[in-house]
Structures are given as C-alpha cells and as structure tokens.
Design a protein around this ligand. Structure first.
Ligand code: SF4
Length: 260
C-alpha cells in the first residue's frame, strides 16, 4: 500500500509517501524539484529512496536472524559486472570531469586499462551492446566478467572512493552469506539481502521507456564511453517534478500512487 503527498514550497517540493510492506510501515519525506525537471535531476531523490529501502530490507534480514557480511574495506563485489542506467553513466562522467589532478588521470587510466582486457576476453563488444544480451546470457557474461578480476576504477584500498555518488545498483547489493564467498561467487554461495523495492531496476526501465534510444543498462566499466556516446543526445523534454515523482512511486508500488 502506498500513499503520496506533494506540498509546494517554492522551487522545491516536499514529497511524502507512506508505504506498508509486509505489515511494516515506511515513511518517506524528501525535497524534489517543483518545476519542470528531468529524470536525471531526480538522482538525489532516487538515491534517498534506495537507501531507505535498503535499510528497511536489512532490518527485515536482521529480524530473521541474518547478519549482513559487507563492511568497509571489503570490495570483492566491486569486481562484478555492475549494471547502471544511462543517466547514472552520465553522472559518473561529470563526477570524473570534476575531479582534480592527478586523481582524474588515475581514474581515467583505470577505465582505459580495462578496455583491452575486456577485448581479450571477448566481452567488450558484447557489453557495448547490452540490448542484444539475452536474459539467459546475463549470468554467464557476469561470471566471465568477474573472472577477469577487473576492479571498479573507483575502488581504492578496497573501498568505494565515490561513496556518496555510487550508483543505485551498488547501494542495493549487500549479502548475508560469508564474506569469503564473495571472492569466488556462485549462484549457490551468494545470498543477497532481498531488497523490498528495487529502485535501480525501476530507474533503468523508466529511462528506457521515456527514451527508447537509450541502452537498457550500461556496464559501469563502460560508463564514461557510454556517456560520451550520449553527449549529443538530449533527454526527453522535462516534466513537472510532482508528476514525475508520482510516476516513479506508481512504478515502485506497481499501482497508481494517487494525487494525495
Ligand atoms: S562505484 Fe563504488 S561501490 Fe560501486 S562498484 Fe565501484 S567502487 Fe564499488
């Protein structure tokens, strides 16, 4: 069940929502743009939602006696294939562009170094065309990617160096299986925390629906080149912020979020 309310406070709106998931309530409150806006401008809002749903999901897991194994300094999962939205790829491009030297060159070099390794593994062209990857190919490609041992360019000292900017998929990935299993992940050995509402997937789907020319997902390791390829494309025309927020909530809840 979900109810939403949007209160106009000038340039920003205070959007509130109340959900009941499996008998537990979750209240959400966040500022969103009042005027016409684009999906990309709602990234802070989407991150907030993701973090709240992840916290809620972790509490559920703990209530069942499960403990999250992930902790600072463990970056095994940051060698996995991370699917992000094209919007997030563009944001990562901005994040890198805004870095000062020598860090910027170091990060750019890591992205560059990954390319020949992906090419040698026969993965580069596949990952450049995610819309051609069938559902049954995702797991084998993910495994082949992990076997290359390519660390995310933002991974430093086994920690995320862009923690506040990390993509939604990174935020949603937590495990309750032993941490050591993450070094050799299999479908059976990894037990992710079941996330009650998946914002990352919803954003990717909504983005493609609004702009069919966009890839349905982008491999994080190719985010910068994808952002460059998209540079000439504009997003779909802006929509009123409240309408866009209601549409997102409708998608997340699987029903009409109402006008509250
Ligand atoms: S962005 Fe951060 S959390 Fe995500 S894969 Fe890279 S280092 Fe890990």
């Amino acid at each position: 069940m979900m109810t939403t309310h949007v209160e106009d406070t000038g340039e920003l709106l205070n959007a509130t929502a109340e959900l009941t998931i499996a008998g537990r309530k979750i209240s959400l409150e966040m500022p969103v743009p009042a005027g016409p806006t684009r999906l990309s401008n709602l990234l802070p809002f989407l991150r907030y939602l993701t973090d709240r749903f992840v916290d809620f999901s972790v509490e559920n897991a703990q209530a069942e006696g499960l403990a999250v194994s992930c902790k600072k300094g463990c970056g095994a999962c940051c060698r996995q294939l991370v699917p992000i939205s094209a919007i997030e790829a563009r944001r990562l491009r901005e994040v890198v562009d805004q870095m000062s030297e020598p860090r910027k060159s170091t990060i750019l070099a890591r992205f560059e170094e990954a390319r020949p390794r992906l090419q040698a593994a026969g993965l580069l062209e596949k990952l450049r065309e995610p819309n051609r990857i069938g559902d049954d190919e995702v797991d084998p490609i993910g495994l082949a990617y992990f076997q290359q041992g390519i660390a995310c360019p933002f991974l430093e000292d086994e920690s995320c160096s862009i923690y506040e900017e990390r993509p939604l998929a990174c935020r949603e990935y937590l495990v309750v299986s032993p941490a050591e299993n993450c070094a050799r992940p299999t479908v059976d050995s990894i037990k992710p925390v079941p996330i009650v509402v998946r914002v990352a997937k919803t954003l990717r789907a909504l983005n493609v629906e609004k702009n069919p020319s966009t890839p349905r997902w982008v491999a994080l390791i190719l985010a910068l080149e994808q952002a460059e390829a998209d540079a000439g494309l504009d997003e779909v025309p802006p929509q009123p912020g409240p309408a866009l927020v209601r549409e997102i909530f409708s998608r997340l809840s699987g029903r009409d979020a109402g006008n509250g």
